[in-house]
Design a protein around this ligand. Structure first.
Ligand code: FUC
Length: 786
């Protein structure tokens, strides 16, 4: 339990600090409870708070499968087998893309694909304040999920504004107080389109309906705002403005929701959303501010405090933007990496809670009506990256909304598998939304990646690998199996090598040049597909064995596994991205898909497959470091897996490059905005999550070093020289273990491994600079210490 006063005594690695109001979204402070989000700008006189709700999605379920696509598949495959990739790509564009507008090239807001969008904007006009405060502080407290603004005027009039989003009480709560002056303010809420505000029984309401993309209304929503004077004072209304006068303090509570009832299962409000929104508001209004805060802080802290990370000396400078500039100028600030790590966990706790929708490309924070790429779920790295940290940093239950997303794709994915491949099982291509979109995208260059669903399945297995939850394994097994069924039945045999490969597919978003100089994306068996398949089929076999079922089926899968095209090393010593050693059109492309097997999967390991790991290293050297935000986050994970802590730390420093302006030109390269949101650019949250996972991988790894082995707990596998001294507690390892360590002068001084989950669990142990130790085993509650 963190009392409010303590929450406001900030620790540098748990506090993002500003000395002025936000002038843009990427300087504001995000709070969230998994479903509701708010961004506090902190202007002194006309304060803006952007409001979000995770189901604010336009569009609607719509089958965009081409009914006769499967007839063309063989023709496309035949062209590919003859090496006519550009012709095959042309045919994919004509016959094998979505039927209809698909994602609208990332501008799907007014089409059936839809887009995630802002709920509305709350404005608080503070009256009677002097023109300029003499003191201003704004910070986001990551321990408890609290945004704070403190202004001081002459005469020691100190104003506090506090904001949090409560998970237990399902409201956004704001409190405004002044030590010595009564509070006067006007409150309004608005939306630029498809919304109108009004007063209902003294509450301020914003109501509207989003476009379903076919000329009708889709999701309908409401935000309901109540101002509650504390001590003396009044709240009246005038038109659709709440007028607060003469209060000692005022609490503003916001309850909001939609009637979303799409295929992603969860605790959705559905048709009765308005009744529920009011009931939530009434219940919260019956609690004192202190009670609301304490319930929120207890909940938030129970997740945030599971892991702690200390990377040595505290910095002198506290302002985050100054720290970013100082670090960019070359001064070491390891604490900044700890802040980034804590922020990544903060963001997942705030944007992904059980029963809700998963974190999208912006988590749940958006000020736009047409968000970039519809702020959807991209399946060729982005939504998966959002969850890379979930298990290893002890936020396993925050992972569950992704399970629900995956399960929502099975039924529509079966229709897509039939329509395009005449295959059993389910497939999902490269993009999806809360409406069950599984068709390919509208352009072959990116849209025909067919391994999106297969990649998602990694998350199903991993949740089990960390928790050992057999009920969960039973639940997800049919989804794994049906994905394996799909892949197995679409395999094409290469006439010369007799390898089995996928197709038509591509290596996410990269193109290649063929011997005759022509270029294409479309191909058979890109390396990533084959790595994903090996992992998926391997996990399906392991799941069947664990559950003691499907023996014959598992045998068949093993037979298929032995014929899949292997990961190849190209003549110049790199991991080959395609079946042939083509020259890539963009050697520094942001996607590093052919290293999927290095991370997040573990087909390529430093000790299990040293030659392939060496080739992976060479691939990374050629790919280069600087890129979009998420690409640098991924490279942090790669270098951690390759045991190169200094290079991983360099990537973190690149990732922390201060970026001031939001623009859409991602060739400018990424970094972070003043509020530490990842600059893709524009803002994309995957990088925040990915870099957090990368930091965890630098500190501890737990993948099996060879297929079928127990996990190897690899302690401090990639410690950079600049993190000479430090400690962490609470990181999670596969097999259900919790790992904590301390190190001094880069030497491990203390290690504790505790088994958290039921039953006996085995692991190998690798300590820095030592040979791997034989298998150890622990039962629930037992610890291993050094
Ligand atoms: C993929 C990436 C882009 C961006 C988009 C949301 O298409 O190649 O960089 O992250 O997803």
């Amino acid at each position: 339990m963190v009392p409010l006063v303590l929450a406001m005594l900030r620790e540098p690695s748990y506090s993002i600090e500003f000395d002025r109001p936000a002038s843009k979204f990427t300087e504001s402070c995000p709070v969230g409870n998994g479903r509701l989000g708010a961004m506090m700008f902190g202007e002194v006189h006309e304060e803006r708070i952007i409001l979000n709700e995770s189901s604010m999605w336009s569009g609607r379920p719509l089958d965009q499968n081409r009914k006769d696509a499967s007839k063309n598949r063989q023709k496309i495959v035949d062209l590919l087998l003859k090496g006519k990739n550009p012709e095959a790509e042309q045919l994919v564009n004509q016959t094998f893309t979505s039927d209809g507008p698909g994602s609208g090239s990332g501008n799907g807001k007014d089409g059936p694909y839809g887009c995630y969008q802002v709920l509305g904007e709350l404005k608080i006009k503070h009256l009677g304040l002097p023109e300029k405060p003499i003191g201003y502080a704004r910070f986001l407290e990551l321990n408890t999920g609290l945004a704070v603004i403190r202004t001081v005027d002459t005469g020691d009039h100190t104003t506090f504004r506090l904001l949090f989003a409560s998970h237990p009480d399902q409201v956004i709560a704001y409190r405004l107080s002044n030590w010595s002056r009564p509070i006067d303010c006007d409150i309004s809420v608005a939306r630029k389109e498809r919304g109108a505000s009004s007063i209902v029984a003294g509450d301020l309401c914003l109501d509207g309906a989003l476009n379903d993309g076919l000329g009708g209304n889709g999701v309908v929503y409401q935000a309901r705002v109540r101002a509650i004077p504390q001590g003396k004072g009044t709240v009246a209304h005038d038109g659709s403005t709440l007028r607060v006068r003469g209060c000692d303090a005022v609490v503003i509570l916001i309850s909001a929701g939609t009637n979303y009832s799409g295929p992603i299962a969860g605790k959705h409000m559905g048709a009765a959303y308005k009744t529920e929104i009011k009931a939530i508001l009434d219940r919260a209004a019956n609690r004192t501010w202190e009670d609301l805060y304490q319930r929120h802080a207890d909940d938030f802290e129970s997740l945030q405090s599971r892991v702690s990370l200390d990377l040595g000396e505290e910095p002198d400078v506290r302002n985050t933007q100054s720290r970013l500039s100082i670090a960019a100028a070359g001064e070491s600030d390891p604490h900044l990496a700890a802040l980034l790590f804590n922020f990544g966990r903060y963001l997942l706790i705030s944007s992904s809670r059980e029963g809700g929708l998963p974190a999208n490309l912006q988590g749940l924070w958006a000020e736009e009506y047409q968000t970039p790429w519809n702020a959807d779920y991209h399946l060729n790295v982005n939504v998966q990256m959002n969850y890379w940290l979930a298990e290893s940093t002890a936020l396993s239950e925050c992972h569950l909304p992704l399970t629900s997303l995956i399960e929502s794709l099975v039924e529509p994915g079966k229709r897509t598998a039939k329509a395009y491949y005449n295959a059993p099982g389910w497939v999902s291509h490269v993009i999806t939304n809360p409406w069950g979109y599984t068709a390919p995208g509208e352009d072959a260059g990116w849209g025909s990646t067919l391994s999106g669903g297969g990649w998602l399945c990694e998350h199903l297995w991993d949740h089990y690998a960390y928790t050992g939850d057999l009920q969960y394994l039973k639940r997800i097994y049919p989804t794994l199996k049906a994905s394996s069924d799909f892949f197995r039945s679409i395999l094409v045999e290469l006439p010369d090598k007799k390898w089995l490969v996928t197709g038509p597919s591509n290596s996410p978003e990269n193109a290649f040049r063929m011997k005759d100089g022509r270029t294409a994306h479309t191909c058979l068996g890109p390396t990533i597909d084959m790595q994903i398949m090996r992992e998926l089929l391997g996990n399906t076999v392991a799941a069947a064995e664990k559950l003691g079922i499907d023996k014959a089926y598992a045998k068949e899968l093993k037979a298929t596994l032995s014929k899949l095209a292997p990961t190849q090393i190209s003549p110049d010593g790199r991991i080959q991205e395609w079946l042939e050693p083509y020259e890539e059109l963009e050697p520094q492309h942001r996607h590093v898909s052919h290293l999927y097997g290095l991370y997040p999967a573990s087909e390529i390991t430093l000790h299990g497959t040293p030659e392939v790991a060496k080739a992976a290293r060479k691939s990374l050297e050629v790919r280069g470091d600087r890129s979009t935000g998420w690409s640098m986050a991924w490279k942090t994970c790669f270098w951690a897996r390759l045991g190169d802590g200094n290079r991983a730390e360099k990537l973190i420093r690149d990732f922390l490059r201060p970026v001031a302006d939001v623009n859409f030109n991602y060739h400018n390269g990424g970094g972070v905005y003043p509020n530490l949101f990842c600059a893709h650019p524009p803002f994309q949250i995957d990088g925040n999550f990915g870099v957090t996972a990368g930091i965890a991988e630098m500190l501890m790894q737990s993948h099996p070093e060879k297929p079928g082995e127990p996990p190897t707990i690899n302690v401090l596998p990639a410690l950079p020289d600049s993190w000479a001294k430090g400690s962490y507690t609470g990181l999670r390892a596969r097999g259900g273990f919790e790992v904590s360590t301390t190190w001094v002068n880069l030497k491990l001084t203390k290690l504790t491994i505790k088994k958290l989950t039921p039953g006996r669990g085995k692991f190998y142990l690798r300590l820095p600079g030592k040979e791997r130790r034989q298998v150890q085993s622990l039962t629930k509650g037992q610890t291993f210490t050094l």
